[in-house]
Design a binder for this molecule. Structure first.
Ligand SMILES: *Cc1c(COP(=O)(O)O)cnc(C)c1O
Length: 311
């Protein structure tokens, strides 16, 4: 909770987060593998994951071993899948935290095999970031046959666009699945835009859904069959209020010049707090529910560090 001394803060509506998660489950008919990487997109991985427990997700998705360890320390017992390639040197730590790596090379599969723990096979169908290329799956046939993965997945690079790439990637992925020496129990692919724009059909194919940004309240644009409720609010107090005359300017470089008498409010928030300078003269804020334009250049912070010294 914010105190009277708090000048700017972020509110996270965990109820809305849960509604968005439930919407994904309802739309896809699949269990959740919520992506909570990057500290749950900045909202706090532990709090978000603990809240999502209520939806009985299959597991959680992270980007690094450190993130997985943090969830384990918070008491999360479900599978935690690490969705970036691990260095072989990280395997020990991943095993100790009972993390599920995503592997895409024969060497990595052989190295993980000794852990006796599950892993997921990453297939690259066009993102060109991680996983074995759909063209080269033959290179890992032997490794898979002796150490079968629990799941196999791919990742769409442009599911929010109408460029046909999703279909191309699905076809490549289907080709790979048909050629695998063993059929893994789990098959997954969908990120938020893929879920929101194509949920019903996908239900037949995918075992789990991997939403990220949708859970956190960000829509992926036109063509969506489901939309998320807002989850995050950035709030700041008004710390100065003044009326300026025609021709007066606001902030550095005088990029805003008043075309009439204007009332200007100063908010206790700047780019050091994460409110982007790029929003200078284009940002919109709500003042008691009414839209107001950000005028002038966003400055560094307007906040102060309060230090206390004991005697
Ligand atoms: C981040 C990520 C997701 C979730 O993406 P959103 O667009 O935020 O839903 C899904 N799968 C993988 C492999 C990811 O890295």
């Amino acid at each position: 909770m914010h105190s009277l001394l708090t000048r700017a803060w972020v509110e996270v509506d965990l109820g809305a987060l849960l509604r968005n998660g439930a919407r994904v489950v309802e739309h896809t008919g699949a269990r959740l593998l919520p992506m909570v990487k990057a500290d749950a997109y900045g909202l706090g991985a532990t709090r978000v994951a603990c809240a999502l427990e209520e939806l009985d997700p299959w597991g959680f998705g992270v980007a690094t071993v450190t993130e997985g360890e943090e969830l384990r320390r918070a008491g999360i017992e479900r599978p935690i899948v690490v969705f970036t390639p691990l260095l072989i040197e990280e395997f020990d730590a991943a095993r100790r935290a009972r993390l599920t790596p995503t592997l895409g090379s024969a060497d990595a599969i052989a190295a993980w095999r000794h852990s006796g723990l599950p892993w997921h096979l990453a297939i690259d169908t066009g993102m060109n970031r991680a996983g074995v290329s759909w063209r080269d799956v033959g290179s890992i046939h032997t490794a898979i046959a002796s150490s079968p993965p629990q799941g196999v997945f791919t990742h769409f690079h442009s599911a929010q666009l109408n460029d046909g790439s999703r279909r191309t990637q699905e076809e490549r992925f289907a080709q790979v699945l048909a050629a695998l020496p063993v059929q893994p129990k789990m098959v997954h692919a969908e990120n938020s835009p893929a879920i929101a724009r194509h949920g019903r059909d996908a239900a037949r194919q995918w075992t789990v859904a991997r939403p990220g940004i949708f859970l956190y309240g960000v829509a992926s644009g036109e063509g969506e069959e489901i939309t998320p409720d807002p989850v995050v609010a950035l709030r700041a107090r008004v710390v100065d209020l003044r009326v300026i005359d025609v021709g007066d300017t606001v902030s550095y470089d005088a990029t805003y010049r008043a075309d009439s008498r204007r009332r200007i409010a100063t908010l206790a928030l700047g780019y050091a707090d994460g409110y982007r300078r790029a929003l200078s003269n284009i940002g919109i804020v709500l003042v008691r529910g009414k839209r107001a334009r950000v005028v002038g250049v966003v400055t560094l912070p307007f906040c102060r560090t309060i230090s206390t010294a004991s005697e």
